[in-house]
Write a protein that binds this ligand. Sequence first.
Ligand code: UD1
Ligand code: PEP
Length: 427
Amino acid sequence: MDRILIRGGNRLSGKIAISGAKNAALTLMPCALLTDEPLTLRNLPRLADVDSFGHLLNELGASTAIEGTRPNDFGRVLTTRAGKLTSTVAPYDIVRKMRASILVLGPLLGRAGEATVSLPGGCAIGNRPIDLHLKALQAMGAEIEVAAGYVKASAPGGRLTGGRFSFPVVSVGATENALMAAVTCKGTTVLDNAAREPEIVDLCNLLVAMGAQISGIGTERLEIEGRDRLHGATYAVMPDRIEAGSYACAAAITGGDVELVGAAANDMRATLDALTQAGVTVEETKTGIRIAAEGKLKPLTLSTAPFPGFATDMQAQFMAMQLVAEGASVFTETIFENRYMHVPELARMGAHIDVRGRTAVVHGPAKLVGAPVMATDLRASMSLIIAGLVAEGETQVSRVYHLDRGYERLEEKLQGVGADIERVGDG
Ligand SMILES: CC(=O)N[C@H]1[C@@H](OP(=O)(O)OP(=O)(O)OC[C@H]2O[C@@H](n3ccc(=O)[nH]c3=O)[C@H](O)[C@@H]2O)O[C@H](CO)[C@@H](O)[C@@H]1O
Ligand SMILES: C=C(OP(=O)(O)O)C(=O)O
């Protein structure tokens, strides 16, 4: 199994190209199931999750063609055509690899009037139930049964009907599933307390490009007028705000000066505000965002929240960055119940972090020393890389398949700005 080796101490400087967003790609790809015409997505990142989603679409009868498969290509173009669905079953073998597979439920039900999707189960960061996905679809008339590890859903008479649903908790995935079903409904659907993440806006914009009628885009109330038919479209995936934020933390911890080329500042204000509060210079440039750090970082108090709040997907990377800040930083994780798995691994490198329930106190500054550490989930893995950039000696990160789910060519991008980092195989 591959490992990543980092020898700490290099200051990062230069430019990093930001890839298309994983979490947008994974909700745009299932939209191909909503039409018999081709859907072309540009700026698709080269990631394990994107490949798994392509396999799932093919399993359902779609044909996919990817351009830009040479090793040096960034931003692939994927054309998917689901002319005729040959199956409405998303099997366990594929779903277990990628939780986002649950996002075929809404579009399959909308287009075919039926869907059978394996329950995604929990994952390292929490239980992650899907009750709100199901309740939102039930509000559109879906009949749902959960048995033997599968969700079996059908639309009476073959078509969903518009309904009203208010999410008791903000859920990105449930809002996405509800939207993709609502665009096919007979009549109007109103979704209240909907998620407002930029990836939801990206999804709405694609659906509109496919002929959907949605008002309230970017707000917590979405009103969707169902359509008899959607058509194909060509659409570019938004830049990855979490990848950009991760490299911002990497640059800042090394006292570096890096331009995140292609990053969209409006999608990541809470991240940029937190960097500014830590004493990092954040400057919007013509082509992206410049991150420059000098001197000691200041401690932070951060609490995760749905957008526009501070993203849970940025918590681990900020925690790593704050290891070198002058004083105690306080983190509160409000979205997922088990998202501090990086803490014991960071402790192996010399970090002092106290966890009490949802709160973690980071006692900085720590003297970090390289160690063998284990990646436990995607963003936790990135926090180990960030700490490794300033640790004395060599840090070895194992289980790098977590990183490959969400960071396109991580080593290459970090090498390009001066990091001493490489991937090695066991053989
Ligand atoms: C592929 C993708 O886009 N993943 C993102 C998505 O995950 P995902 O869509 O799974 O996260 P949600 O926004 O749904 O989860 C938010 C909270 O709602 C709870 N919940 C969710 C659904 C449900 O039916 N019932 C329920 O109780 C969850 O347990 C969690 O506590 O948003 C998360 C929150 O920003 C991010 O961390 C993930 O990176
Ligand atoms: C938690 C994440 O992803 P997923 O929902 O795909 O597990 C993430 O991107 O940080």
